[in-house]
Design a protein around this ligand. Sequence first.
Ligand code: AMP
Ligand code: MG
Length: 395
Amino acid sequence: MISVEEATHHIHAQLLAPRIEHIPLADCTGRFLGDDIAADRDLPPYPRVTMDGIALSVADFQAGQRTFVIQATQAAGMPPERLLPRQCVEVMTGAVLPHGATAVVRYEDIRINSDSHTATVVEDALVDGQNIHPQGTDAPRGALLIARGTRLSAIEVAVLASAGIASVPVFCSPRILIVGTGNEVVSVEATPEAWQVRQSNASALRAAIGAMGLAASQSHLPDDEAVMEDSLRAALATHDVLILSGGVSKGRFDFIPAVLKRLGVQEVFHQVAQKPGKPLWFGRSKTATVFGLPGNPVSTLVCFYRYIQPWLLAHMGASKHERFVTLAAEVLFKPALTYFLPVTISAVHTEWHATPSAGGGSGDFVNLLGKTGFIELPPTKTVFRKGEAYPFYAF
Ligand code: AMP
Ligand code: MG
């Protein structure tokens, strides 16, 4: 049996070749950017008027002038006027600053005279640059705006749009198939017999993958070696990643490791010194990476978030950031296993505190409701004290 660290190392040694696709800007939210994006022009691209009012030269004002002839009106979307000596241009927010103007005075700080073609400044002081957003001050042309591997949200979409990226390079989702197993497991729509359960693992895995901006298909197999072999042979030929749930333990009907072996999937490891999720299986065929997760619902989810999510993120160029949280209560755990313990996180001053909740074991997924994630407690200790910090994985 290998350690959690060794298992992590083996999994991360098997990265798929990244593939990039271009998708419409409208569809890119939640995806991972496949290339660095630079500014194709200065941002803002011209000295931008930020208030409705008049543009003038502060030098004229400092020479004592207060009333200015309005030579023109400069709306947003018009090419710039050229300011005449001792005159002003009426300007609107978003307009380019007229050539020669050095400041914008808000309507609130001027009076438009009854002749309607002169304006009088009623402010005591003006400064150069006021109410002007200077060209290139947000980002100069050529500057890196968004780095490859960034997860795209509305903010990135705004910046991509302004940089003219109508077709966005993003990392392709690997072709992922989630396969539930078990004769006792029926579909969500079915009315189960008293000895059956509705499937929940495949749905949960698909939801977790969907939340990462990736896509997966979903299927189910009975505990029947021949059926499993035929179905998994086809699945291996058409997918990059197989995530199996159930059938990897020591039971008489846990056929997955043997079936995968017959199909030429090479076992990298089977069993990890951890709780929950000890029977975890991992292997590779020539073309596909296969995760065999223990079927207990908490084990399936913990193994996904601990191993598969970081592995998938590594393909998207997403930067790793390990998070640590502080234990809010003492935990005792005797076995020489890494212990993944569900917790609820709350903010206490500047720290994140983790309140543990052992709950009903690896089959009790209802206990996970309301939990923020789980912490990882190393096998080298048995007493984990309040105030100690441990790695945290979010659900
Ligand atoms: P296994 O790993 O196949 O021995 O399954 C362990 C436990 O998890 C059993 O109680 C199964 O009924 C349950 N289980 C297996 N697969 C699923 C699934 N897809 N959805 C919900 N529970 C499952
Ligand atoms: Mg089973």
